[in-house]
Design a protein around this ligand. Structure first.
Ligand code: C2E
Ligand code: MG
Ligand code: MG
Ligand code: MG
Length: 279
């Protein structure tokens, strides 16, 4: 009796595990297939100069156009891609797409998000250099958005990689600034050109309140260090007004523009340009 129960429980447990493994393997195989079938593409979200309100650059944001599941966002596949190592292939694809696309938009830059796993891979600098040389994009027009996670493990090695990217003329920004534990120390240690204030500080930004004080302090920090500050997740006119009043350098968010198809970017640039000239 006991023996058969135990066996049953074991079999149940084993089959649960199997289900999970199978599901993961399924997803992994699906992603591999999707990469081969060219199902991963980029949307681009404009980043505006807060003074002129012209578009300075666009951030590339990956999407998966899945044959059955429809449009899938990065939150649903980046973690799996990191676990399985597929992030390397995806990262190369994203970098090339973004650089190639940016060639068609003279006068603006493009920023690409970099996963910590991708960054730690053996040949990250080579991957970036290759994307630039294959597409012919000027290094100064490419910005890499890094989160604190990129820098956490081997800070010495991270420093070498960042310096060598910097030496090639590539721009570096710290994404989701304010959410980690060591952002301040990293600003001192690494050659960042820009900070992107995490959108959680912008979400409850009002004339009076803690978030405004924090945002103002980050803006002061940026000025003191000679680093450009971008506010991400700007959703309302009030937030935009406060950020411009407080001297924020750059703004990005649904209030100005959502992540958009490549074909819509020239029109968004022209609209911003016209609005800027008439104001
Ligand atoms: P992130 O780099 O911080 O990107 C900003 C995210 O906020 C994007 O979500 C964007 O669509 C969203 N967003 C922009 N403006 C607003 C706003 O006003 N309000 C709100 N609520 N959200 C806004 P998305 O595209 O789903 O990307 C999520 C995260 O996935 C990104 O965060 C980034 O960490 C990662 N990611 C996206 N594309 C890539 C990629 O190509 N490679 C890697 N490694 N990671 C990527
Ligand atoms: Mg980003
Ligand atoms: Mg961010
Ligand atoms: Mg984020």
């Amino acid at each position: 009796q006991t023996k058969s129960n135990g066996g049953g429980a074991y079999r149940f447990f084993a089959s649960e595990m199997n289900d999970q493994i199978l599901k993961r393997r399924g997803l992994e195989a699906d992603m591999r297939r999707g990469l081969d079938a060219d199902e991963f593409f980029l949307l681009y979200q404009p980043r505006y100069d807060a003074r002129s309100m012209r578009i300075r650059s666009v951030e590339a944001l990956v999407r998966w156009r899945h044959p059955e599941r429809g449009l899938v966002g990065p939150a649903e596949f980046i973690p799996l891609a990191e676990e399985t190592g597929l992030i390397a292939a995806l990262g190369v694809h994203v970098l090339r797409l973004a650089c190639r696309q940016a060639i068609e938009w003279p006068g603006i830059g493009v920023s690409v998000n970099v996963s910590p796993v991708q960054f730690r891979g053996s040949d990250f600098v080579a991957t970036v250099s290759e994307a630039l040389s294959v597409t012919g994009l000027a290094p100064a027009r490419l910005e890499l958005e890094l989160t604190e996670g990129v820098l956490l493990e081997d800070t010495e090695r991270a420093g070498l990689i960042l310096n060598s990217l910097k030496a090639r003329g590539i721009q570096l920004s710290m994404d989701d600034f304010g959410t980690g534990y060591s952002s301040l120390g990293y600003l001192k240690r690494f050659p960042f050109d820009a900070i992107k204030i995490d959108r959680s500080f912008i979400a409850d930004l009002h004339a009076v309140g803690e978030s405004r004080a924090i945002v103002q302090a980050i803006l002061g920090l940026g000025r003191a260090l000679g680093i450009s500050v971008t506010a991400e997740g700007v959703e309302t006119a009030e937030q935009l007004t406060l950020l411009r009043l407080d001297g924020c350098d750059e703004v990005q968010g649904f209030h100005m523009a959502h992540p958009s198809k490549a074909e819509d970017i020239p029109r968004l640039c022209a609209m911003a340009e016209a609005a800027s000239r008439s104001s």
